[in-house]
Structure formats: C-alpha cells, structure tokens
Design a protein around this ligand. Sequence first.
Ligand code: AMP
Ligand code: GLY
Length: 429
Amino acid sequence: MTERVLLVGGGGREHAIARALADSEADLFACAGNRNPGIAAVAEGFETLDTTTPPAVVSYAEDVDANLAVIGPEAALEAGVADALDDAGVYTFGPQENEARIETDKGFQRRFMEENDVPGCPDFEEFRDMDAACEYVDEYDGDLAIKPAGLTGGKGVRVMGDQIDAEEAKAYIRDSDYDRIVLEERLVGEEFTIQGFVANGQLRVTPAVQDHKRAYEGDEGPNTGGMGSYSDGSLELPFMSEDEYREAVDVMEAVVDALDGYKGVLYGQFMLTADGIKVVEFNARFGDPEAMNTLPVLATDFLDVLTAARDGDDLPKLSFERQATVCKYAVPDGYPTDPEAGAKVTIDDESAGDAILFYASVDERDDGIYTTTSRSFAVVGVADSITEAEEMAEDALEKAGTEGLRVRHDIGKPDLVQQRIDHMTELRD
Ligand code: AMP
Ligand code: GLY
C-alpha cells in the first residue's frame, strides 16, 4: 500500500525529510508557512498555512487523506499539532505537547533528569524571581549558562566566561522579559548531537554530528540556529571515542525509559567534558542542520521507521553508508541579529553539482526564489572523509554564488576539526 505522509514544516530539516521519503512507497504532502521549492518539487501537494494552528494542519491532513505525519519544527509540537493529528486518527511521528516539554520547557527538562536519575545533568536552579536569579549569579562559585525556560530558536542562551561576564549576565536577566530562567553550571568541552528515532519504547540512534552555533568563523559572534555541521564515516566524531558515543546513547536510553509514550525524534545535545558526557539539552525533533547530515547517509528506508512506529512493531535496526558529511548553510547578510531578506537565490540542483542542495527559509514566488530573514539554503557534501565532503560543499557554493549571503567557510575544514581534537586532548590532560 502506498502511504500518504503529511510533512509539517518548510525548512532545510524538512527538505531533508522530504528527500528521505522521495524514493519510498509514499505520496508526500507538505504544509509550511513558506513555500519551500525543494519540498514542493517532491511532494504531491503543498499547502501554505500556519503550522502552529492545529486545526489548519488537521484540515489539510484530512483533505489529502494522510495516514501518517512527520513534524519538523518544535513550535508545531509545542502548539499541540501532534496531539490534534493523533486525535484525528493520523499517526504522528512527533511527540505530543506534554512529552515535547523535554525541549519546550528547560526547567521541566532538568527536573525530569534529576527526578529520573538520567545521568549527565549539570547543577541547575530555575527562577521566576529575577532578583533572586541575580543573587544566585553573585553567589555561585563559577560560570553559569543563562537559559530562558521557553523556546528561543537556539538564540536565547548566554554563557558566562564565553559570551558575557557576571555583570552582563545580570543585566540580561533583568532586561529581558522572560518569566522563567534556568541558571546552570557552565559546561566546558566539545559539543555533539545524537538524534534517535523513538517509538514503542525503543530507541534507534544515528551517527554523532557536530553543529556550529556561532554566527562567524572561528566560533565568534552571536548564537544562531546552527551555521553548519559535520559527521564522520563512523558513529563517533574525531574528538571522541566510541565508548563516549555509547555513554551518550545510554543517557538517551534513560530518557526513553522514563518518558512513557514518547514517539518521534529524540535529539540529545551533549558536551564531552573532562569529566565525561554532560547534557546540554534535549530536543523533541530532528536538528536543523543535523538532519541534513544524517538522513542522506541513512541506508534504511525512513518510511519503514515511520510505519513500524505507527503499527506498534519493532523499529528496524538502522544501517548507514559509512560516509562523512559536511553541511554549510548560506544565511542572509546580517543574520541572526539584523537579517536582510529579499535576495534572489540562484542555486539549483544542477549548480550544486555533486553536493546535495537543501532549501530552507526561502520563499518561491512566480518570478523566482527569495530569501527570508532566516537561514536560506544549505549544501551537503557526502564523501569518504570529512575533508573531501567539505571540499564538495565548498565547490557547490563557489559555483552557485552566494551574493548577499554569508557562509562559515571554516566548518569541516581540517584546521577546525583538528582544533576540536586538540581542545579535547588539552582538557583531558
Ligand atoms: P540550547 O538553546 O540549550 O541549545 O543552548 C544553545 C547553546 O548554548 C548550546 O549549544 C551551547 O553551546 C550553549 N549552552 C547551553 N547550555 C550550556 C551550559 N550549561 N554550558 C555551556 N554552554 C551551554
Ligand atoms: N542545530 C540545533 C537545533 O536544531 O536545535
């Protein structure tokens, strides 16, 4: 039987999901706030709608007679779109609002870890009273990460000793209008992501990926949703051991054991520190950009994961091409603080050459494809080594041109990968 799959979301991550389903026994229908030309090209139908309005998504799912759904963005999960689709009889690979709190409420996330003895939880406190939070900053012996409890698109966290000092931390706490703030021990080390598929009490994990959050080369500038990322031909990354990868997977297993009924992607963001693996955060969905590293090397049919999840079967054991990947985003000039929208995007599959092109926050209009205020498109090289994959991504960017856009050219280059390895060696000494 051909499945009828509804994909919710129109970014690079969702284009990667669409591409992963394009050759499967599935008719794909998509809905998003923007018309993503990459998704539209492989979908049978594409509807522009507000994906945080559950009735609008359900109505489209019913119009196209969907029997499965996949949700990309966290805002839709927080709005209860999975609950509404499940209630309408459309099995949704994405957690319901309550389970999505593992991402959407950072206070809940930390308390959940503490109450369920999930390993790797840093010291933390949650505050509603901002004066008390400032006192905590004054009294705490060491640097803290200041984290708004709700969703901020990856842009709300400030880290003392890295981006700001104690006085700036207090000014940030006082001047921003957050109702709840989590203050937690600053973790020092190298970050990595593991994404796992979860359903029916099972977890199936994918290779580790390292994202680059900071806007500018050399890890300078403000945090972004992620400027690019790489993975290696193995499950782990060059700065970590296989045992460390396994230790992080054990943390994710503990979450799945404690979160009854969770379904969808569980994303673990970890810090490899001198004292082992610590949890930076969990997300309730694929990473963006990390989905663009992982799905192209997934040899197992992603549709088989979705149907097994829906049908209450064992999830398939996953297999992966043993290839490295490097993903680089092109973002509007001024992103993330003062992005300039409206540049014409000229790259297409042909100009991307050997690299894979994923459109993100662009809008397809009658006379062409235009940038919006968020990340525009990404290119992904897939090759035998990180170095070759990086060169493939750069060739695509050079051929296609990136006028009016900015790229972190350092991502995946041998120098930066070596710096990560050296950083860990130094910390372990
Ligand atoms: P999040 O929104 O939780 O993904 O945080 C964004 C970024 O802030 C992370 O990717 C880290 O680089 C940084 N961060 C968050 N929590 C901590 C922490 N406890 N220590 C150091 N850095 C952190
Ligand atoms: N790349 C970070 C995220 O998706 O949250």
